[in-house]
Design a protein around this ligand. Structure first.
Ligand code: PMP
Length: 395
């Protein structure tokens, strides 16, 4: 059957997720995958789920299975409001909304704000899922300059002066894909710049709780509350499959975001929100988060040490103190896809870095490595194989 004519124009803009395609290859037995982008199942509080289910059943009974408010389950919004206040973000429960994962808000932002040809300013590289969420709304991307510390504030200032920018999208802390973090001085400059230009910034923050070294850095939301939509998730500190994300947005946007969500899914699963509310209210996050950090910290360290020790000259890893990824830039002229093929031949996989750029000419000598899914010994063997592949490539 001829089916192309059934598809909407926007559907053509939804490319298959390149990373998904790669993950299909690497699920073959015998390949060490540093390509994943997901938390370790060992990080899920498995024993606790039974306790939480019991609590939800007793406390909320049929309410946990009923339709609920689009804005979110009130007991969860109360808890998220407390969680945000610990991050220095002042948002009452009424000012907090729940989404189906933070991904749900990225799509809603695109739907709400982006006309064809509107400009979104991004870090380069940036989170692939944000590009996928925005693409169907046909934006143009403006890539801003970055270095090992993230966005260079002057580049943001120039971009806002030169173009009419609808939206700025940033992952300031332990960014996916680079693992890098914007220091406070840059956040302060960025806050002042977006206030000066009356600009709107999406601060996507799924990873700041996963800090293995160093001191926390305040969210940009704390510095320019009226200009920032702060977005976070329980995916990395509870369970991604429950799809619980949350955000604090300026008042003028909140009602529209709720309307958009109403049309998409009415609301996020009541039962899952109730589980999340009990997780936070019972202070279980406080006891469980250190266990997740104890699991990941040595994995990150093992990968940093192995990369430093084993990779040939010219391969440099971006410094990182947390999150789930490390970013490696190869020597001048490296082709990340050629290295990927060699790496798979040697029994290891990563994500070629070019997929994280909106400009198809950029990122060809880069790679993203994940360290949450493998233990330290496997990570070391994986990096050894990668180093061998890199050596073979340069001859
Ligand atoms: N933003 C970033 C930067 C991410 O890395 C992820 C997860 N890969 C998400 C958003 C989506 O997370 P979730 O929808 O599970 O909250």
């Amino acid at each position: 059957m001829e089916y192309q004519s059934f598809l909407a124009d926007r559907t053509r803009l939804m490319q298959t997720n390149a990373i998904r395609e790669i993950l299909k290859v690497v699920s073959k037995p015998g390949i060490i995958s540093l390509a994943g982008g997901i938390p370790s199942p060992q990080s899920f509080p498995m024993d606790l789920f039974k306790v939480l289910v019991e609590k939800v059943m007793t406390k909320y009974q049929s309410r946990a299975f009923q339709y609920d408010l689009t804005e979110g389950f009130v007991p969860l919004r109360e808890q998220v409001s407390i969680l945000l206040s610990r991050r220095g973000i002042i948002a009452s429960p009424e000012e907090v909304n729940i989404t189906s994962g933070s991904q749900g808000l990225l799509d809603a932002m695109g739907k709400l704000l982006i006309n064809k040809g509107d400009k979104i300013a991004m870090e380069s590289p940036t989170y692939l899922g944000a590009i996928s969420a925005f693409n169907p709304y046909e934006p143009e991307y403006v890539a801003m300059e970055t270095d090992d510390l993230g966005l260079i504030p002057e580049s943001l200032d120039e971009t806002l002066a030169k173009y009419s920018i609808k939206l700025i999208y940033l992952v300031p802390t332990f960014q996916n894909p680079t693992g890098r973090t914007l220091p406070l001085e840059r956040r302060e400059k960025i806050a002042a710049i977006i206030q000066k230009h009356n600009a709107l910034l999406v601060e996507d923050d799924p990873y700041s709780s996963l800090r293995y070294q160093g001191e926390p850095v305040p969210a940009i939301k704390t510095l320019a509350p009226e200009n920032v939509i702060y977005l976070s998730t329980l995916s990395k500190v509870f369970a991604p499959g429950l799809r619980i994300g949350f955000y604090a947005a300026p008042a003028f946007l909140r009602q529209w975001l709720v309307l958009v969500k109403q049309g998409v899914d009415l609301h996020t699963s009541t039962f899952n929100q109730a589980l999340a509310a009990e997780y936070l209210e019972g202070q279980y996050l406080d006891t469980h988060l250190p266990k997740i950090i104890d699991l990941y910290r040595p994995r990150q360290k093992a990968m940093q040490v192995a990369l430093e020790k084993m990779m040939p000259q010219g391969y440099v890893c971006t410094p990182s103190q947390g999150g789930m990824f490390l970013w490696v830039t190869g020597p001048e002229g490296l082709d990340d896809l050629a290295l990927y093929e060699k790496a798979v031949e040697n029994g290891v996989a990563f994500v070629p870095g070019r997929f994280f750029y909106t400009d198809p000419l950029q990122g060809k000598g880069t790679m993203r490595l994940n360290y949450t899914m493998a233990d330290e010994a496997t990570i070391e063997t994986g990096v050894e194989k990668l180093a061998r592949a890199a050596g073979q490539l340069t001859g």
